[in-house]
Design a protein around this ligand. Structure first.
Ligand code: ATP
Length: 327
């Protein structure tokens, strides 16, 4: 967290030099709708930090703020020690951003799109050619470089968007749902490349996703729900925060079974997506007790170690895919 100091009656927040991205108590409204609520987190240098959240959680709004497309309404933020509110031009030079919305010129070839992007950043000549070839190679686009962007599939277009964000060798990459539309092979290659950028070039990567398997690959994760950060930590630490094993109980008599389990075992199962869900330190033993106690009410029970989806349910009471846009 930033240190707050008093200077001439003005509160100044000092940034923590150890962080590459610092977000401190950011809130953002669209009219009456509160899209981000007092959000704070820090991303360390050369870290891959994931923001996991369902649609409407506020991920895109945060990206638009960090990439200087939206002005900050309240709170403070910095990237590589530069203040977002006052040094947006310098920040733009050192970040690479890929948004969900398409930005390619469909009437230009892949290579022309990349050249255009390079020129915007003042890159030309041999350096430009080298950067473009490198990005094409790592994103599996070399044999499509002369094809019109309009002729590409959604997944290939996505890869060109990502290539565009990498051409000026940014220190910090902001990737908003980069895997959307990519098949599993392309997703695997993208992650291999992101980890290479992290390892060899020390790039810091902030990525948003709603895919659990992608979230698993991040060094640390923030779980964003209705504009608030409900959990923060490594995937392992987050999973460990869920108490023991997770049981999902199917029944035709959910309300009755919920009451009876609560009375008999003094634990309150949550009703999530037409089933009962509870956490127990020794799930396999409890499962047997449960079936012995209510053989007529229990249709089936599944038992598993906590997943990131369980972390989300644990923190919000909602199933990830059913979390509503209610902010
Ligand atoms: N321009 C806008 N005007 C009004 N409300 C908006 C606007 N943009 C976003 N919102 C609302 O703000 C909230 C957060 O939206 P945001 O797009 O940041 O979420 P998200 O997590 O990126 O979702 P998605 O993955 O669907 O893009 C949502 O409730 C959304 O409806």
């Amino acid at each position: 967290m930033p240190k707050t100091v008093m200077l001439s009656n003005t509160l100044i927040q000092e940034t923590t030099s150890a962080s590459s991205i610092g977000v401190f108590e950011i809130s953002h409204r669209y009219g009456d709708r509160l899209a981000l609520n007092q959000l704070s987190f820090e991303v360390h240098p050369s870290e891959i930090f994931g923001l996991l959240g369902p649609n409407g959680g506020g991920k895109t709004t945060l990206f638009r703020l960090l990439s200087t497309l939206l002005p900050l309404q309240s709170g403070t933020a910095n990237i590589a020690g530069l203040d977002l509110a006052t040094e947006s031009q310098r920040i733009r030079n050192l970040i690479g951003v890929t948004f969900q919305s398409p930005s390619l010129d469909g009437k230009l070839t892949v290579q022309e799109n990349l050249k255009h992007q390079a020129h915007l950043y003042g890159i030309s000549g041999a350096l430009m050619r080298e950067r473009i070839e490198n990005a094409l190679k790592h994103l599996g686009l070399t044999d499509r470089k002369h094809g019109l962007a309009d002729s590409l599939s959604g997944g290939l277009k996505r890869r060109v968007e990502i290539a565009k964000g990498l051409l000026h060798a940014p220190q910090v990459l902001l990737l908003d749902e980069p895997s959307t539309g990519l098949d599993p092979g392309a997703r695997h290659d993208l992650w291999k490349y992101l980890k290479q950028l992290q390892r060899e070039d020390g790039v810091t990567i902030l990525i948003t996703t709603h895919l659990m398997e992608e979230a698993e690959q991040c060094d640390r994760l923030g779980i964003l729900h209705q504009g608030e950060l409900v959990a923060l930590g490594t995937p392992d630490k987050l999973r460990a925060s869920v108490g023991g094993d997770c049981l999902t109980i199917h029944s035709e008599y959910l309300d009755e079974l919920q009451t009876k389990i609560t009375e008999k075992f003094s634990v309150v199962p949550q009703i999530v997506n037409h089933s009962l869900r509870l956490e127990h330190p020794r799930g396999h033993e409890f499962l047997k007790e449960l079936i012995d106690a209510f053989p007529q009410l229990v249709t089936s029970v599944s038992l598993g170690k906590p997943t990131l989806e369980d972390v989300f349910i644990h923190e919000t009471g909602h199933q990830f895919w059913q979390a509503k846009e209610t902010v």
